[in-house]
Design a protein around this ligand. Structure first.
Ligand code: PHE
Length: 342
């Protein structure tokens, strides 16, 4: 029996030396320690032995068992380290200048549309501003006329940091900083990623993009707002788009509107994207509330302005006929690469 234990030990070591993958090590584990494994069989074979023998041989077999376990674990580590090393070596020889064999990458559709919009607005005299994603309560809410206890906050629950800062729920969080930076008159757009604590479905995501715009000057009115919105939308969609304005409430505009466009996915007949209404809410907007101008250091007696919060993600869905908003954040290259020729 002792001889058998010893030759099993040697056989195991020899086989272990041959393993090069974690799967092979696992196979070996089953072959030795599994229910019908060689070491297990040895232990079973002790049943008929006398008490003394059982004790002595049992110790030897258990020692072998422990050894097998340890060696298997070591081998897994060695293989993993070798795999990592191989990846590192491979990465080092990766030559970024090599041709890709015809497979070029593509911009994300949101980036494509964002750039297009930036160009359109730039041609109308707007500057493009970048803004952070982590903002203060003041920037996101108080500066845009949403005090601490305002019920409008319920619609914009978000993710809070321990220091009290939060992931911005809307691009309006940049309005105050931009008014302060440029003063009046100003025309600016500021695209950005926004976050909300939302239950997700085909048309809601916890992470999405908006493009905000403000125009502040003397004698700015609702007609200016409508003109800019229409011009921009017909350029983006490269056709005449039907729009409608409904009254909408946002504490930072007065009066406030919801600008809807006729659903381009179903042509206005009704589908799941437009909740079977034929219309898609695309661009809340309105005349900037005097309190917001004041907070931004602009005199509301002298200046007026409009603001809009274009749902960039939604616009992309409409433009490309994307039915499920979740596809856009999925990282699914098959879905996203269809925009590569844009
Ligand atoms: N910030 C608003 C939202 O995300 C949209 C908005 C922007 C409304 C500008 C009016 C003016 O819901």
């Amino acid at each position: 029996m002792k001889g058998k234990i010893e030759s099993l030990r040697q056989a195991f070591e020899a086989e272990l030396g041959q393993t090069a993958t974690s799967e092979a090590v696992e196979k070996l584990r089953v072959a030795y320690l599994g229910k019908k494994g060689s070491v297990t069989e040895l232990l079973k074979g002790l049943k008929g032995a006398g008490a003394d023998q059982k004790k002595e041989l049992g110790q030897h077999i258990n020692q072998l068992k422990r050894q097998v376990e340890e060696r298997l674990a070591q081998q897994v580590e060695t293989i993993k380290a070798a795999e990592i090393q191989r990846e590192i070596d491979a990465a080092e020889v990766y030559d970024v200048t090599l041709p890709t064999g015809g497979e070029s990458g593509s911009y994300h559709p949101i980036t494509i549309v964002q750039r297009q919009l930036e160009e359109i607005f730039a041609s109308m005299g707007f500057i493009v501003e970048d803004f952070k994603e982590i903002v203060t309560d003041y920037e996101c809410f108080e500066a845009v006329n949403i005090p601490k206890d305002h019920p409008a906050r319920d619609m914009q629950d978000t993710y809070y940091l321990e220091n009290g800062q939060l992931l911005k729920t809307h691009t309006s969080a940049a309005q105050n900083a931009i008014l302060r930076k440029y003063g009046a008159p100003v025309r600016a757009i500021f695209p950005g990623r926004c976050f909300r604590n939302e239950a997700t479905d085909a048309s809601h995501e916890n992470t999405f993009f908006q493009m905000e715009g403000i125009m502040v000057d003397k004698n700015i009115s609702i007609s200016n707002l409508i003109y800019f919105m229409k011009t921009m939308l017909s350029q983006v969609f490269e056709r005449d788009v039907k729009v409608r304005l409904r009254p909408g409430f946002f504490p930072f505009v007065e009066p406030g509107f919801e600008l809807d466009i006729s659903c381009l996915i179903c042509g206005g007949e009704g589908c799941s994207t437009c909740h079977h209404s034929g219309w898609v809410e695309l661009c809340p907007c309105g005349m900037i509330h005097p309190n917001v101008l004041k907070a931004g250091g602009v005199d509301p007696e002298e200046y007026t302005g409009f603001a809009f919060g274009l749902g960039l993600t939604r616009l992309v869905m409409m433009k490309y006929g994307v039915k499920d908003i979740r596809d856009l954040n999925s990282g699914n290259l098959k879905a996203l690469s269809q925009f590569r020729h844009e």
